[in-house]
Structures are given as structure tokens and as C-alpha cells.
Ligand binder design. Sequence first.
Ligand code: M6R
Length: 614
Amino acid sequence: MCGIVGYVGHRQAEGVVIEGLRRLEYRGYDSAGIALAHDGRVASDKRAGKLANLEKAMIDHPLPQATTGIGHTRWATHGAPNDVNAHPHLGSTGRLAVVHNGIIENFAALRDDLEDAGHEMLSETDTEVAAHLLELEVCAGADLTTAMQSVCRRLRGAFTLVALDAEDPGRVVAARRSSPLVVGIGEGENFLGSDVAAFIEHTREALELEQDQVVTITADAVSVSGFDGTPGEGRRYHVDWDLAAAEKDGHDWFMRKEIHEQPRAVAESLLGRRNAEGLLQLDEMRLSDDDLRDIDKIIIIAAGTSFYAGMVAKYAIEHWTRISVEVELASEFRYRDPILTHSTLVVAISQSGETADTLQAIRHARVQRSRVLAICNTNGSTIPRESDGVIYTHAGPEIGVASTKGFLTQLVACYLLALYLAQVKGTRYGDEIAQVMDQLDRMPAHIQTVLDADESIYALAREHADARSVLFLGRHAGYPVALEGALKLKEIAYLHAEGFAAGELKHGPIALVEPGLPVFCIVPPRGRDQLHEKMVSGIQEVRARGARTLCIAEEGDESIRPYADVLVPVPAVPVLLQPLVSVVPLQLFACELATQLGHDVDQPRNLAKSVTVE
Ligand code: M6R
């Protein structure tokens, strides 16, 4: 939700900032803008639409050379996505520019005060007040760092602000409260970014900041302080992926590349989880085995695709540990006054680690004294930092807005958590746990088998390019897969798509079925006879009403053939692990269908990769 870049160093800032914005564009793409410190004045350009519009404008109206700059790519909150509301915003005198991610909740009152004092606001944004307030401070003699501290003390809400003062051109100052910001540490140059992708081309050394901190970068130094001016320090870390991971590597879309990266992402998320004795170990857990033995209830909170991973986790945790599990949408959690105690474990699943709904939910849980464990893909992000423990997934950067490898690696982390709890609580024998771990170790090869048949799924997608609606049916662990398949199609193909628990169909949704309607059916493995039989009945019910059944079933399951218009085989795996293979054809289908429809798969309309506003 908005991408932010800052740079001070020896290179031309324009190139560094634009390249950083390109890598952050997945965070928001309603408009883009840049500001450079040049000759005591801010030189700036900003344009509605994608970054390409800004780049085109800058060819016609080149900006002057400068070695200090900031930039922004926007997901609109306050004000329409037009040129005027695009960031950067400038103060009245033109010496100061600001970019912002988040929402300044008290902006209306601040704006009234500023207008009463004669300031003219040009945009409808909340950001512009920050530009004027900062400018008032620096014009009164404060340096930009002190000005930022003072202004942040007056702001309410969640925000990252990055500012430059053209009369003090060798520094960029930023602040964060509940909104992402990392520092990239270079040699003779330093960087700011909403995430490390902004500067990964130049450095893999990063500094993570805490809440309510201000950071000042110059070419040679980085200094951190609290909003009250007390000196602070961030946590330095090395980014364990490189530029190649942030590029498309010959694929047309990041999403397609990320789907094909899943065997490796799953393998890496499983790596090093067993010690020499074959026992499970979760290094980043930070919760002791005694803490975990006390747990008598688990609540999983998450949004979107991560929520569906949580639904699968419920089946696995309850089956292997007999601990009762609730799964809840993060945006609903704290508003229902949930019953939380010290023996409740709250598990927050978030690929980005920045989702505002999930962050606010874990804060609520911690106030109620529950322990919080994060499952997260982004080192240095807020959710793991504010949790009592974390299991990191190792998917590498996920740039396509539609989550794919993020989902599969979340599933892996959920299985690991379930098995670890079973080990600690003694609810499963060691050899049973080892057997599941062996099955998990075989999953990358199984996922690869599904990917090797990608062309047949692409052909199926092309056949359905004129579909107006698609339904998805599943049972048990296949139900979240049905929901995920529908979400993928909605978000990138803009197609009406709905997932249902197959047993619920006859309670209403079957009325949607009409001749020719494509219905994906996620068929459970044959080993689970009851489930399998019930699913076959569901398939027959929709087929009898003219639906076109597209059945994802384990290879060799001939019992499905008479009811399947199309049979998509996936490797035979246990029912709880089946989502790892059965979701892959649905990802491929959505990616190809959206491509056929001419949509921008990586940057679907109205969406942003990480949703940092509630
Ligand atoms: O970063 P998170 O996992 O917290 O994000 C949660 C959702 O916003 C995310 O899964 C979203 O639904 C994706 N666009 C789905 O593809």
C-alpha cells in the first residue's frame, strides 16, 4: 500500500529512485512521483497512473541532476488518483517535499488550523498537512530531523513519512509508526524503502526500525531517534535474497514466475527443521516448550489468502494435536470481543508482515495477555517483531499481487507448527511425525509434477476465456483450496468466482448452476472413503444440472472419470497435504485466463500487495 524510496549518495538520485519505485510498484500503482534536492529548491514531477506515465513525462520535461531524492508510488486513500493528489507534496515555499504511506487520522483538524493560518492546500490528501507542518518547523530554524520528530508527535494514525529539505540537500529524513520502512546501508550512499526490494540492486545490508522512530540518512551516516529525540538504534540484518529474485527471469509475469518457484520455496521452507536425532526444531520460535504445553486453544488470524492457509491449518492442528482451533478474519477479530487468556495461542499468518488488520488484531491479543506467534515471509516486518515468536517461511520476495508461493509456504509453516505442537504435547508418536515430515519432503517433487503439466492447464484456461462465472467446490482441506481458487480468479481475471464447501451446495448455491457453467471440483484422495464418496455425489449433482465439471483428483482415480468433463490429475498425497498440490492448477488457470483477457496480472485494478490501512 504505497511504495516509498529515499536516497542520498554519489549516484544520480533520479535513476536510483525510479528503479526503486519500479521494484515497489506492486505496492500501489495509482500514481507515481519523484522529488530531487537541487540548488536550494525541490525539483519534482508526479503523474497519475503507472510509473511509466511519470517516466514518459520526465523524458519531455527532464529534471535537473541531483544526488538526493525521494519517490512514491501510490495506492489512493484520501483523494482520487490524479496528478494533484499524487506524491510528493510540497510546502508553500518549495524547499520541502514529503512522501507518505498510511493515514494521518487527525489531518482534518490540522488542515483547518493551517488554512486558518493562511496556508493554501492544493490536494485532497492527508499528506499535504505534513509537508506544511515540516516546512513551518524548518523555516523557523529547526533541522529536518528535529522538525520530523516534532511533527510526528502531533500526528495520529499509521504513517511512514519521508522528507527532504532542498536547503539542506545532503540528507533525507523519515519516520514510521505502524507502517513499513527499512534502511539500506551502502558505501558512501544510503537508502530508504518500504521494503528491501527498493534498494536490493545496490546493497543487501539493511536496518530494521522500531515503531515511532525517526531515521536520518546522509551519504555516510544513518542515525535513529525516537519521536521524543532520544537516541535509538535499529537492528541490522543481511538480506538473504538478491536482485535476481526481484526480477521476472524470462517470465511474462511475476505471478507466473512465482508459481513456478514453488517447489524450491517449499523445499527451502522445510530446510533445517529436523535436528540430528530427527526431532523437529523451529529455531525462530522464541516460545518455550513449557509455554506451548500450556496452550489449550489456538486462534488463527489472517486476511485473504493467508486466511485460507489458516483454514487448512485448523484441520492439521486439530487432527495432530487435539487442540481446538478457531480461524478468524483479522479485520473482524477484535470487534467481536474474543475470549482470550494466557493459555490461548494466537497465530497470525501474513506474507508481508505488514497487513494492518492482522497487526491490530495481534496488538489486541497481546493486550489480553495471549501469546502471539507469527507465520511470516518478510524478515524485518512489523508483525513478527511484535509477536512472541515467529516461523519464517522462505518463499523469497513475492511481488505478484496475487499470492501463490506465499500461500504454499504458509501451508508448510502451518504443518510444521502442528507437528511441533504434537511433538511437544506428545499427542503423536515420533515415528508418525517423522512419517509426515518425510511426506512433506517429497512435496517439492509432487508440485513440480503438477507444474510440468502447465500447458494443459493453460489450454483449459484459454478454452474458458469467455466464461462469465466459475464455481469451485471442495470438502475438508479442499474447501479452503476452493476458496483460494475463486479468490485468484476474482482478483486477477475480474471474473465472478465463488468457492463453496461441496456439502453446502444443496442448501442454496446450487441454484447458480446452469448449463455450461464451469465448476472446479477438488476431489479428496480415495483413502478417505467417506469424503471421497460425498464429493463424488456433489459432482454428480452439479453435472446433472448441466455444469461443466473440471475435476482435480489424484492420479489413477478412475472413479471420477465418468463424472468429469475434464480430469486434472495431481500426485497422490495424504488428504491434509493435498492443498499443496491441488491449488497449483488453479493458480495456473487464473494466471493464464487473466493473461488471455489482457489484464495486468501482477498489478490488478484496485489492489495493492500489502494492505497497510485498516
Ligand atoms: O501479507 P498478507 O499475507 O497479510 O496479506 C493478506 C492478504 O491481503 C493477501 O493474501 C491478499 O488476499 C492477496 N492479494 C491474495 O492473493
